[in-house]
Design a protein around this ligand. Structure first.
Ligand code: PXL
Length: 290
């Protein structure tokens, strides 16, 4: 066999439960291309249909697709589908918290990974479409996850602790991750971690092994929209390619920072998302797929 990467197994399959924001590169419009690029098949369960995301763009349309989610679940179950991972993100209504829990219960198997990105807040503030009641609901969804990917604001909300501005200390970050694992998920990936103004990245904690890892890279000025989704999608792609939690986070940080660096150089509107598309060659090399 000359091609050492010749596929003999079908791709791993993810159920991605996020909104479709037509323009602006976040949620499904980044999860689908990134997971596909990593060789992972993705089934999409839309939680809402928007013209753009809600982060700083006025006048967006919003169609709540809650009523489609139980029928999607039922139909997929009737097809006897197996998902190697369930990956939820931005939810379109409070009721969807229960629907995603039911989805997890329906498709849970001994070998699959349930990833909940508790998308609801950033920079110390809840997104304007959510309230504290939603945050408590998100905490109850996180109880069912194997892995959660909060930023520092979401971590504080999940723990019902006051949000702290950085720079942070290792003691604070590691304490947060241990308390988050007390909610239920054994694997924690915290994003937006920094100990000084020069470097930014993620921290990971596996409560089963006690291993803590950091992946920090040079910080680029500006607030870039959709980077949480870019990061979490690349992280999941790396995990499903067999990389450890720490190695997967390092690959995802590099991919996200590369996307931010290109966007910074290109000078595009930061609300319109980051240039992740030109990062696939490097990502595939990091994943040893090429
Ligand atoms: O990237 C998070 C996200 C996803 N989906 C929608 C959003 C946001 C953040 O603002 O508005 C619709």
């Amino acid at each position: 066999m000359t091609d050492s990467h010749q596929q003999i197994l079908p791709p791993k399959r993810v159920a991605a439960i996020h909104d479709i924001s037509g323009f602006g590169k976040c949620s499904l419009t980044v999860a689908l291309p990134i997971l596909s690029a990593t060789g992972v098949e993705t089934a999409a369960m839309p939680t809402a249909l928007l013209s753009t995301h809600t982060g700083g763009i006025e006048g967006y349309t919003f169609l709540d697709t809650t009523d489609q989610m139980r029928p999607f679940t039922k139909h997929w179950k009737s097809l006897d589908l197996h998902f190697d991972a369930v990956y939820s993100g931005f939810l379109g209504s409070f009721e969807q918290i229960d629907i995603v829990k039911e989805f997890i219960d329906t498709f849970r198997s001994s070998d699959n990974l349930v990833v909940v990105d508790p998308v609801m807040a950033d920079n110390g503030e809840l997104y304007k479409v959510f309230d504290l009641n939603f945050a408590r609901g998100m905490r109850s969804l996180c109880e069912k996850a194997d892995l959660i990917v909060p930023n520092l604001t979401e971590a504080a909300l999940l723990l019902e602790e006051p949000y702290k501005d950085g720079p942070y200390t290792k003691a604070y970050i590691e304490g947060l991750m241990k308390r988050l694992s007390g909610i239920g998920p054994k694997k924690i990936v915290l994003t937006g971690v920094f100990f000084d103004e020069a470097a930014l990245g993620s921290a990971t904690y596996d409560a089963q092994t006690g291993i803590v890892d950091y992946a920090l890279v040079d910080k680029i000025p500006g607030y870039y929209h959709g980077t949480g989704d870019v990061f979490a999608s690349a992280l999941l792609g790396a995990l499903l390619n067999g990389f450890s939690l720490g190695a997967s986070a390092a690959i995802a940080v590099r991919f996200t920072q590369g996307s931010i660096a290109r966007t910074y150089k290109e000078g595009t509107d930061l609300r319109f998302g980051v240039d992740f598309e030109h990062g696939f060659p490097d990502l595939l090399r990091d994943l040893k797929l090429v």
